[in-house]
Write a protein that binds this ligand. Structure first.
Ligand SMILES: [Zn+2]
Length: 116
């Protein structure tokens, strides 16, 4: 699953589309079949108690934390590439920079400067 020379990667395990059976696309993010299966297992075995939306920092050592940073940065770039692709399609369909900017909550000029 590629867009030009861009190889999409699972946003969770970072494996490329070529290295997985299925890569499901979301809004700028992707998840592979293995991560879907792992997620289903986590959901099935979720502990009781309050829901957590942030990492348990105390359980993450410094090396693990630092190793995670480039993965987050790679996902940021993938999301940005996906947004450019969608904006490009909007423009190809003849949508104005006004409309694109409005959809993104920015002015026409800002949308043009960012994506043209
Ligand atoms: Zn994955």
């Amino acid at each position: 699953m590629t867009k030009g020379s861009v190889v999409n990667r699972c946003s969770f395990c970072n494996r490329s589309a070529e290295d997985v059976d299925t890569l499901v696309a979301g809004a700028g993010v992707y998840i592979c079949d293995a991560c879907v299966a792992l997620s289903a297992e986590v959901i099935k075995n979720k502990p009781d108690g309050p829901k957590r939306t942030t990492p348990v920092w105390e359980g993450i050592d410094d090396d693990t934390l630092l190793a995670h940073l480039p993965r987050i940065d790679a996902i940021r770039h993938q999301v940005d590439d996906d947004l450019r692709c969608w904006v490009g399609e909007a423009r190809r369909r003849g949508m104005s920079w006004d409309r694109v900017g409005e959809a993104l909550g920015m002015r026409r000029q800002s949308a043009w400067e960012r994506f043209s």
